[in-house]
Design a protein around this ligand. Sequence first.
Ligand code: PFF
Length: 452
Amino acid sequence: MALGSESIHGMWSSRLMFILAAAGSAVGLGNIWRFPYVAGENGGGAFVLVYIGCIFLIGVPIMASEILMGRAGRQSPINTMRDLVAHSNANPLWQVIGWMGALAGFMILSFYSVIAGWAISYMLQMAAGDFTGGDAVQAQEAFGALTGDPVTVVGLHTVFMLLTMGIAARGVGAGLETTVRILMPALFFLLIVLVVYAGVTSGKFIEGLQFLFSFNVDKLTWNGVLIAMGQAFFTLSLGMGAIMAYGAYMPKDVSVLGTATMIALLDTAVALMSGMVIFPLVFANGLESSAGPGLMFVTLPLAFGHMTGGAFFGAIFFLLVTFAAITSSISLVEPAIAWLIERLKASRVKAALLVGGLAWLFGLGSAFSFNIWSDLHFVGDKTFFDVMDFTSNNILLPLGGVFIALFAGWAIDQEITRDQLAVSPRVYATWRFVTRFIAPAAVFVVFVLAFF
Ligand code: PFF
């Protein structure tokens, strides 16, 4: 097998482009929508510290494993796994990593696209001044009216899916790279503008910072630790092969560990900065930091509605959310698209249409979970949306993460990891120890406790 040659799907043109693409995958709804509300629900400070610990102790070594495996195989995660297993004389069962990842991608995209669709709607509503001067009841009603309307929700889900497919169909260079080259700098710029806006106009910036960084252990429960770890996986796009697929297009002379650290730093910075936008606005308006998933869609519009320039900056905020979601969704479909191209020799356009069509269909279930199917419970009291969210985040991603760490640590030909990482013996030994023992054990604990 020719490990280490070029990918037939194309290559990132530079190290920076790989970083932007992988950071684009990592930075998404998980940072802006999910991180602030789970931090809010779990009391801030101590939770944030555990989260950051998980990112760097478990996340970075596993991300490095995904990147190096992708770059060694240079194909879709499914075929990369097949070749790595063959090359390493490993048990064929390891190939499940590739298949589970593709399945997780579909499941995540099914609800991701629906929530991203809401963000598009909020961007327009904000710009139209719909929330200016409104009260809490109105904000709650507006959210209910949007999510309760199946036609609008499916329409927005369709728009978002078409955007994703349009970009993916154009390929690695013209599609993915062009998109992240424009959207990622725009996203960082808009986020800085918003942090300054929140800091200057709210008068509660310090309170926001204190909430995020004060170490209040008493507020942190064991369950909060688990949520922090799950969030670390989701936010870094780990455990499903998205980063492996992107690693397949990475130039050979680029440092894997250094790049993984860089991506984790960027991702963490965006999550914390989102908190620095959201919490000062929430506190300035006397609102609750523990509002749950509605924090971004109910509490924040309410806050923007009472600030000077709120309509404009609110629209900017939801534009930023949409950008972040797009650069993540294109990474969710890349593993399946690359596999279809390799397997069926399909054109990229056909592959994108097929994957997008399927993901769109799956997504209908999530779109309907808030209206016509809201009483339909699939497992226990869980709606279709809840099942997708729970199964992918709490089962498939952690399980995929454990398998990837175990494969990279125990089963893969050591020559591959040594050659791909190309670090000093001491750094290599540290990476290998964490990947073999620490990361799997930690993820295993999350996995088991998420169940019981
Ligand atoms: N990392 C993305 C976020 O934080 O929103 C979500 C995600 C993207 C998860 C891609 C998994 C993935 F493969």
